[in-house]
Design a protein. Structure first.
Length: 249
């Protein structure tokens, strides 16, 4: 009887410990998944609205990005989400590669001549000197950023989502937001095949960029050339027939 009591006590104690461990793990998981503090946004005019959008991109804050844009074509909302997610993961991959392999080598992974981080920092300054053209009823505006001197030739080549000089803003209530469809030219009838490719391929490429970033961080991928080759292979195989399409690469 004594032995049985001891065994029961040990089982109860083990159960309590296991329960405590599970509770601690749950608390840790909850802590890591809590939403980040809301980013402060100033959207009182086109310039501050664009600056807020650029800051949201630099902070990789998906919720803030969504608050800074308008999708004027409801049929393309899912497509816009695909582009935003793709652009965020490409930005994250580039940051990861630069941090691991250095600026010169890291940039080669995505083939940019200048990092997106550097560009956004420059753009936040260029917004202050931007030219603004309002529509007749002042509910939309075009912002033209002044092109900096000595810009690398070919910086914007085949890049739909980065290194822009022209943004279209739209007023929604009292807030000025980026007209995503017009700014990123998602409404050109002649590019429907490109949009179809992007809608199908970009989610797969985004997943690949997430995986490659993790592999760079843990050392599984040890150099920029390998990261670039793996990414290119994933891009080539992103559609069933291995077709390639337009986009920001």
């Amino acid at each position: 009887m004594m032995r049985q009591s001891v065994v029961i006590a040990m089982l109860v104690t083990a159960g309590l410990i296991a329960g405590t461990v599970r509770a601690q793990e749950t608390q840790k998981a909850a802590a890591t998944t809590q939403a980040r503090p809301a980013m402060e946004l100033d959207q009182t005019d086109p310039q501050t609205g664009l600056a807020s959008y650029l800051k949201a991109r630099k902070g990789m804050d998906y919720a803030a990005i969504q608050k800074c844009i308008v999708c004027t074509d409801s049929t393309k909302k899912a497509f816009v989400d695909v582009l935003i997610n793709y652009n965020m993961w490409s930005f994250y991959l580039e940051r990861t590669a630069i941090a691991k392999f250095g600026p010169a080598n890291g940039l080669t992974v995505l083939g940019h001549l200048r990092s997106v981080d550097t560009q956004i920092t420059m753009d936040l300054k260029r917004v202050l000197e931007a030219n603004i053209t309002y529509s007749g009823n002042r509910d939309s505006a075009d912002i033209y950023l002044r092109v900096e001197r000595d810009r690398p030739e070919g910086l914007q080549a085949s890049d739909q989502l980065n290194f822009l000089d022209h943004y279209v803003m739209i007023k929604q209530g009292s807030d000025w937001k980026v007209d995503y469809i017009k700014t990123y030219q998602c409404d050109d009838p002649e590019k429907e095949d490109t949009y179809k490719y992007q809608a199908e391929a970009y989610p797969k490429i985004s997943k690949a960029m997430k995986e490659i970033s993790a592999q760079i961080k843990d050392g599984t991928i040890s150099n920029a050339d390998s990261a670039k080759s793996i990414l290119e292979a994933k891009q080539d195989n992103a559609t069933p027939d291995g077709a390639t399409g337009g986009g920001d690469k």
